[in-house]
Design a protein around this ligand. Structure first.
Ligand SMILES: [Zn+2]
Length: 113
């Protein structure tokens, strides 16, 4: 769907999504900090808020954060605390990410580049 926005509205929308992205990044960085300070609950809440903001504004969460969200329970995971990472060499080499809160496993293949 194409809409004809005036120039100022376009600029405002771009500014809005830029601000949203900055907020999302800041929230997730804070979620990591809280997680490493053992405030698991608070980091999960921050992760949820970031996801909500991303959904409400239509701004995507940066790709490098997607490994830290459980695909099943959608909670934010802290490496070494609520998330287990292992390298597997069976079949194709891959990394398995286990959510210790609900037990779901995510596989990330390692491809040669
Ligand atoms: Zn989970």
């Amino acid at each position: 769907m194409t809409r004809n926005f005036s120039k100022s509205k376009k600029r405002r929308l771009r500014l809005r999504s830029k601000l949203a992205l900055e907020n999302i990044k800041e929230m997730l960085n804070r979620a990591f900090l809280e997680g490493y300070r053992c405030n698991i609950e608070r980091s999960i809440i921050l992760g949820r808020q970031a996801r909500r903001l991303s959904k409400a504004t239509g701004v995507k969460i940066p790709w490098y954060f997607k490994f830290f969200f459980c695909k099943k329970c959608k909670r934010f995971l802290i490496p070494g605390k609520t998330m287990r990472i292992r390298i597997r060499n069976r079949r194709e080499s891959h990394i398995t990410i286990t959510c210790l809160l609900c037990g779901s496993i995510k596989r990330v293949p390692l491809r040669h580049r």
